[in-house]
Design a protein around this ligand. Structure first.
Ligand code: ATP
Ligand code: MG
Length: 256
C-alpha cells in the first residue's frame, strides 16, 4: 500500500512568524513516520510539505506590491521553499528514512494535474526512497504561479495508486463551523468528502492555496476515488502514527 503524508505548513512552521520552523514538532513527526516504516517495511510513503511561514507571506507580499509573481519573487520563494525542504529532508534522514527532496518547479510546467510529471516520483517510490515534495512556485505558460502542496498530494494520489492520504495540520480535524466562535462546533468524521463539503463552513482563507477547503475540493475535481483521507492534528504526539496505523485519532477520518 502507498500513503501520501502532507506536513502542513501550519504545523511544521509558525504561520504568523516569518521563516520560523517548529523544529520539535518536525522532529517528532519524522520519528513517527520512521516508526511506522520500520513496523511496515512493505508500505510505501511519499511526503509533501506546505509553505507555512516560508511561502505564504512572501507570495502575499509579491501579489500585493507587483500584482503578480515576478522573477525576483519567483527566485526568493524558490530559495526559501528549498531551504524548508532541506530542513524537512534533514529531519527525515536523521530518523533513518531514505528521504529525497523533489522540486515541483522542476517537474511541473504549470499548476494543474496535466502540467506535472509525477511519474518520476513514482519511479523513486518504486526504488524504495521517500520522495519529499512541497508547495512551490513554477513557470507556467502564463508566467510564474503557485502550485499548492495540497494539490500535489492529489496529483500523486491520482497517478501513483495512493490508497491513503494523511493531512497533518494544526487543528483537530475538519470542523462543521469555527470552534473559536461557535461553542457547539464539531469535528466531522466518518463521511465522504462530498458530504463534508456540504456540511462544513470554511473560514480564514489567508493564502492563495485555500486553507482547509483547498485540501478537500481537489479530489472531486480530479475524480479521485477509493482513498481514505485523514485530517489530523500534528501537534498531538502519536496522532500521525495512529493515523498511519489506522487507529483512533484526533481528527477527521473521511473517504473519497
Ligand atoms: N472547517 C474547517 N475546519 C478546520 N479548519 C478550518 C476549517 N475552515 C478553515 N480552516 C482553517 O484551515 C487551517 C488549515 O489550513 P492551512 O492552509 O492554514 O494549513 P496547512 O495547509 O497545514 O498549511 P500550508 O498551507 O502552509 O501547508 C486551520 O488552521 C483553520 O484555521
Ligand atoms: Mg494550506
Amino acid at each position: 500500500m502507498r500513503t501520501a503524508v502532507k506536513f502542513g505548513g501550519s504545523v511544521i512552521t509558525r504561520k504568523s512568524e516569518p521563516l520560523s520552523i517548529r523544529s520539535d514538532v518536525l522532529v517528532r513527526l519524522a520519528s513517527e513516520l520512521s516508526v511506522f516504516r520500520a513496523r511496515h517495511r512493505d508500505h510505501e510513503l511519499v511526503v509533501v510539505h506546505g509553505g507555512g511561514s516560508f511561502g505564504h507571506p512572501l507570495v502575499e507580499e509579491c501579489l500585493h506590491t507587483a500584482g503578480h509573481i515576478d522573477r525576483g519573487c519567483f527566485s526568493r520563494v524558490s530559495f526559501y521553499m528549498d531551504f524548508l525542504n532541506h530542513v524537512v529532508v534533514e529531519a527525515l534522514l536523521s530518523s533513518e528514512l531514505p528521504a529525497v527532496g523533489v522540486s515541483p518547479r522542476s517537474i511541473c510546467r504549470g499548476v494543474e494535474y496535466a502540467d506535472c510529471d509525477v511519474e518520476v516520483v513514482g519511479r523513486l517510490i518504486d526504488a524504495g526512497v521517500v520522495p519529499v515534495l512541497h508547495g512551490d512556485v513554477t513557470l507556467s505558460k502564463d508566467g510564474f504561479k503557485v502550485v499548492s502542496g495540497d494539490d500535489l498530494v492529489w496529483y500523486l494520489t491520482k497517478s501513483l495508486g495512493v490508497g491513503r492520504v494523511v493531512f497533518v495540520t494544526d487543528v483537530d480535524g475538519v470542523y462543521d463551523k469555527d470552534p473559536r466562535t461557535a461553542s457547539d462546533a464539531k469535528v466531522l468524521s466518518g463521511m465522504h468528502i462530498n458530504e463534508v463539503l456540504g456540511a462544513a463552513e470554511f473560514w480564514g482563507v489567508r493564502d492563495v492555496t485555500g486553507g482547509m477547503l483547498g485540501k478537500l475540493r481537489k479530489p472531486l475535481i480530479l475524480g479521485v476515488k477509493g482513498v481514505e483521507v485523514y485530517v489530523v492534528n500534528g501537534l498531538i504526539p502519536g496522532n500521525l502514527l495512529n493515523a498511519l496505523e489506522g487507529k483512533k485519532v484526533v481528527g477527521s477520518v473521511l473517504w473519497v
